[in-house]
Design a binder for this molecule. Structure first.
Ligand code: ACM
Length: 501
């Protein structure tokens, strides 16, 4: 068991006393003969291992008996493994990975990856590894507890490049997460090209918190993020936050704005009406103007067309400038627009103040309104700020991050059960968990990594592993083994004193 230090903890691990599997210059990767998505998964493994091992690792299709020494990927196994489950058998002479779906093969490869030495993460020439490329023998049977296991990146408060977003996606993939939520608009910046409303990106994208130059994703940029995530079986969920948190959109199209006065700011802005501070709650779209709903329709239509995933996030949080009825009417109309364009709406928990359609998802973050959605029969994604907000400081000494929801040390992020978070919320009303990274205080990807690691893997395990199969002491021991991997990957992390690294 000591050798099987995998995060998140798999459902069943049966270690063996047999000798380990060793990758050599002769090792081949064998795929199902019919290729398809499984072929891509095999290529992903080869692309991971070739630079570090310098072995050729040919990828070949074939359903017959596996050649000696091969890593064999097969579609199949019990249907009970579901969309993302897998079975991994590691023996001295072969590795056999089986899964009903290609996504399960990809998740299973993350387990194999973590069973191999951290040196597999090194780029060619970056590090000469003397150790053999071995994985301990044994059997792993695994499947996730929850369907939604996500990370959010706020690219509005500070803009992050496509390359940086891909680095975040890579972290999600390593820990078997399946959802990348992009917070694409807020008071400080609009980050996505919308052809029918060109000023959104051109004007609304021109700055960020503190007055930097900001930026936005073109439709090609966004397609590249979606493609990269899909290769890792990760769904992109785009968020346009409405009706509050909308100052950047209102700066571009003032006729849709009914905000309270903008809080004072000290930094000069490149266009009138832009905002670079971090106060919340003062901006709002006009709930009673048809121009607002034409605007929402334009944005939702284009965003839905460029998003292959089923969800579109409408925000809905922290609206102080509307009455409850005004807010509810807005949410209900926007919900209908999203459905009309073929997507499932998701919004922050406040949307429960409106009448929700059965499929609409509420994203819990502070708990006082989440029950409004649960009582309507809607499912929750849980992001309790005091545990899952990875932009909170670890301790008072943490340089980056905010502190309004408290300090979130590693154990706080890890040690909770989604089905017992608050009364009335059971396993059945929980779709999954998500770790939001708000970026008021974070302007670099290295800073983002410091806040994400080690908390993102902790949240990944909360979402993946059955409650009875995980515990803090076990996690503490396993997460320590990840740090060498992060260093090989060039990732920044917080060396929490709660772990013997
Ligand atoms: C939020 O933190 N305002 C969702």
């Amino acid at each position: 068991m000591a050798q099987h230090r995998v995060v998140p903890q798999p459902d069943v691990v049966e270690p063996s006393d047999a000798p380990p599997f060793t990758i050599t210059a002769q090792t081949a990767i064998v795929l199902p003969a019919d290729g398809g998505e499984a072929a891509r998964v095999g290529e992903w493994l080869a692309a991971l291992l070739r630079p570090s091992t310098a072995f050729p690792l040919p990828v070949t299709p074939g359903d017959g008996p596996a050649p000696a020494g091969a890593i064999v990927l097969r579609l199949g196994g019990p249907a009970s493994l579901g969309d993302e489950g897998y079975e991994l058998r590691v023996a001295a002479d072969s590795v056999l990975l089986r899964a009903p779906r290609a996504a399960g093969l990809f998740r299973g490869l993350q387990t194999l990856r973590q069973l191999l030495p951290p040196g597999v993460e090194a780029e060619q020439g970056a590090m000469r590894m003397a150790a053999a490329w071995t994985a301990p023998a044994g059997r792993v049977v695994d499947r996730p507890r929850f369907a939604w296991r996500g990370g959010m990146l706020d690219v509005s408060r500070h803009f992050f490049t496509v390359k940086e977003v891909k680095q975040y996606v890579d972290l999600l993939a390593l820990y078997k997460m399946n959802t990348m939520h992009l917070h694409l608009s807020d008071d400080q910046g609009w980050r996505i090209q919308i052809d029918s409303r060109p000023r959104l990106a051109q004007v609304g994208g021109r700055t960020q918190v503190g007055g930097g130059e900001g930026g936005y994703y073109t439709k090609q940029d966004y397609a590249e993020i979606v493609r990269y995530a899909a290769e890792r079986f990760i769904t992109v969920v785009p968020e346009i936050d409405m009706p509050g948190h909308t100052n950047a959109a209102i700066a571009a199209y003032p006729e849709i704005g009914c905000s309270r006065p903008m809080p004072a700011q000290t930094v000069p802005v490149p266009e009138p009406g832009l905002y670079t501070g971090i106060q919340v709650g003062w901006s709002t779209l006009c709930h009673d103007k048809e121009a607002t709903y034409r605007f929402v329709d334009d944005v939702v239509r284009e965003l839905a067309a460029m998003t292959p995933g089923p969800y579109l996030h409408i925000g809905g949080d922290e609206v102080a400038a509307l009455t409850r009825d005004q807010y509810a009417t807005f949410v209900e109309r926007v919900q209908d627009i999203v459905v009309r364009h073929g997507k499932i709406p998701i919004g922050w928990e406040e949307i429960g103040k409106g009448k929700l359609r059965p499929q609409t998802i509420a994203q819990q973050w502070q708990s006082d309104t989440a029950m409004l959605a649960v009582r309507q029969g809607n499912k929750l994604v849980l992001s309790p700020a005091s545990k899952a907000y990875v932009d909170m400081k670890y301790t008072p000494a943490t340089e980056l991050g905010l502190r309004w929801a408290g300090f979130v040390e590693l154990r706080t992020a890890y040690d909770w059960d989604p089905a017992a978070l608050f009364p009335g919320v059971t396993e059945q009303s929980v779709l999954g968990v998500e770790a939001p990274l708000w970026t008021e205080s974070v302007s670099t990807i290295s800073g983002a990594q410091y806040l994400l690691l080690p908390r993102l893997p902790a949240l990944a395990e909360v979402g993946w592993t059955a409650q009875g199969k995980r515990d803090w002491e076990g996690f503490r021991a396993r997460i320590a083994g990840q740090a060498t991997r992060w260093r090989m990957l060039g990732l920044n992390y917080y060396p929490s004193p709660q772990v013997a690294w």
